[in-house]
Design a protein around this ligand. Structure first.
Ligand code: X8Z
Ligand code: ZN
Length: 608
């Protein structure tokens, strides 16, 4: 799978540019045995891959059963299977050090590095506690509800229902209640998270990393400090665009909710953005769309009218990929995936894509609703699936994205081609918006993509501080809100709870999925889109380009996908784009006309 099968993911994510100091120190100690040979190293790698693949597949199956049917038993079984995989991975990571100094073929050298980018928890009790806490937090998030009247089950709402309120209600009191209710429940697993962080750090330190955050930053074929600097560089490039959007949305929200709810300066209350985490604002489109006849970009009505159900929506998304020349999804995908929320049991609804046997047993797990947003998430998940299928012939350690941001970018890149004309062709939009309505279409995209940038940047700013110990448990919320105010310009709608855990109300925190990957992905997807459109011979404005049915673009993309994690990510980038570096100029170009429009609107609205 992609992100729950954490062991394999951590193992096979990407190579470090340089090995941590402790590993180098280890090498200089006198060796117990005589120096290893190249042949021994090759055999070690072969055995390690076979052993890890077997354990990863077993852990993946157990995790699938757990997340699609949460019970105490499936929780214990998932934790146990994960523990076995983690034990092997740790053992192998330590053993791998023995071969670090050998002159090996490039592939083997890379595999050796990848093996050492995971944690090693040699203490049995720690390992057991770690995998149990992990499973418990995942389940707790999946099962969580907010009950208006505590003890009365008929008043309980799950995350999906609360998200619907955030998306559709325009009643600030109702919005605030749903927002606060969801955030309050996260406090129930704060203690577990604190313990989990502690053990996780122990495991990372055993492998020579300063802490788990440092280990995460080491997965990008460059020194960890260079990665942090790279993300900051990209953020500075896109920040002016975010600022213009934030100001425009502030002024429009003031028109809806008044100046009492929406201040003229400083951060805006977080419950007003149409989304539980204010991470994507496209549900505000009806409130903020340009005046006059503005583009309609919402396909929800068509989906309902035409009875296009979850599976049919997924079929449509598959159709985009096959139009690029990619294979049809295997029959087992359709049999084994979870498309909708089962009525009779608890599940983890947060969307994910799984490669259960690391071959063709690929599945997605979603609780699909008939909305535009979810139609795009399906494309996102199938991006993971097509990546998994494309690299299935690579050796186990290379069955992964070029880096985790690449894995997150593929489906979104494809979804950038689901333009209004494409939606119209599929019968999902009654009409194609005229070119003079492009601003509306661009604004809708910016509400998804530009609004998301600071959020995706700050989640790991927070976690890096937590993992390094700079932020202590009693300051979790304080620092979380400092970051959210600083980067997103949003504030908590009410005073902080005494022992709250607001960061824990976001899936990726209790599930411990790194988040910088999404920031990278949001820059990268525009870069890939621009390159694939160029490959398709397209020369018009980027927002009107669709690579639908373009086999040349499909071939380029597929060539990159098939490489998996076998080479440093910049080489994969070069295959698809001819470019060497992450570059925010594509996202800036894409939205350039919108930036001009937003700044003009802001002037007019401010003068009112
Ligand atoms: O978690 C996801 C995917 C699964 S990898 C649905 N995303 C992030 C989120 O929901 O917060 C996609 C965009 C950001
Ligand atoms: Zn994803």
């Amino acid at each position: 799978m992609f992100h729950t099968k954490k062991i394999a993911a951590a193992l096979a994510s990407v190579a470090a540019f340089s090995l941590p100091l402790a590993i180098q120190a280890q090498e200089s100690k006198p060796a117990k045995k005589s120096a290893p040979t190249v042949a021994e190293a090759e055999k070690f790698l072969k055995d390690a891959e076979a052993r890890l693949e077997k354990l990863a597949n077993a852990a993946g199956r157990a995790a699938w059963v757990y997340e699609t049917h949460i019970t105490d038993d499936t929780e214990a079984m998932a934790a146990q299977a994960n523990e076995l995989a983690l034990a092997a991975a740790g053992e192998i990571a330590i053993q791998a050090r023995r071969y670090n100094k050998l002159a090996l073929p490039a592939d083997s050298k890379r595999k050796l590095k990848l093996l050492q980018l995971s944690m090693s928890l040699s203490n049995d009790k720690d390992r057991e506690a770690y995998t149990q806490l992990s499973a418990q937090m995942n389940g707790a998030y999946g099962k969580a509800t907010y009950c208006k009247t505590p003890g009365d089950d008929s008043t309980c709402l799950n995350l999906g229902q609360l998200e619907n309120i955030l998306a559709t209600s325009r009643n600030p009191a109702e919005l605030k209640d749903a927002w606060l209710g969801w955030h309050a429940q996260a406090a129930t697993y704060k203690d577990r998270y604190v313990k989990y962080v502690d053990i996780s750090n122990k495991g990372s330190r055993e492998m020579g990393f300063a802490n788990t955050g440092a280990m995460w930053r080491s997965q990008y074929d460059m020194p960890p400090e260079a990665f942090a600097a790279e993300t900051e560089r990209l953020w500075q490039q896109v920040k002016p665009l975010y600022d213009s959007l934030h100001q425009y949305v502030r002024l429009k929200l003031q028109q809806t909710y008044g100046k009492d709810e929406v201040p003229s300066e400083g951060p805006i209350p977080a419950h007003l953005f149409g989304n539980m985490w204010s991470q994507s604002w496209d549900n505000l489109y009806p409130l903020v769309k340009p005046q006059g006849p503005a583009a309609n970009v919402d396909i929800a009505d068509s989906l309902k009218q035409k009875n296009i159900d979850a599976k049919a929506m997924t079929k449509m998304a598959e159709g985009f990929y096959t139009s690029l020349g990619m294979e049809a999804l295997p029959a087992s995908f359709w049999q084994k995936s979870q498309f909708t929320k089962p009525r009779d049991r608890e599940v983890v609804c947060h969307a994910s894509a799984w490669d259960v046997d690391n071959l063709t047993d690929v599945r997605i797990k979603m609780c699909i609703k008939p909305t535009t947003e979810e139609f795009l998430v399906i494309h996102h998940e199938l991006g993971h699936t097509y990546y998994q299928l494309a690299y299935r012939n690579q050796p186990f350690l290379f069955k992964n994205g070029a880096n985790d941001g690449f894995h997150e970018a593929i489906g979104d890149t494809v979804a950038l081609s689901t333009t209004p004309s494409y939606m119209h062709k599929l019968g999902l939009l009654p009409e194609v918006p005229a070119p003079e309505q492009d601003i509306g279409v661009l604004l809708d995209k910016a509400l998804q993509k530009i609004a998301f940038l600071p959020f995706s940047y700050l989640v790991d700013q927070w976690r890096w501080k937590v993992y390094s110990g700079e932020t202590k448990p009693q300051d979790y919320d304080k620092v979380w809100w400092e970051l959210r105010e600083k980067y997103q310009g949003v504030k908590r709608p009410a005073p902080m709870l005494a022992n709250g855990f607001d960061a824990g109300a976001k899936y990726h925190v209790p599930a411990d999925v790194p988040y910088s990957r999404y920031f990278i992905a949001h820059i990268l997807q525009f870069q890939l889109h621009r390159a694939l459109c160029r490959e398709a011979g397209y020369t018009g404005p980027l927002n009107r380009c669709s690579i639908y049915e373009n086999k040349a673009a499909g071939k380029k993309l597929q060539a990159m996908l098939e490489m998996g994690a076998s080479r440093p990510w910049n080489e994969a980038l070069r295959v698809a784009t001819g470019e060497d570096k992450l570059d925010a100029s594509a996202i800036i170009d894409y939205f350039a006309p919108l930036k001009v429009w937003l700044d003009a609107q802001n002037k007019v609205l401010m003068a009112k």
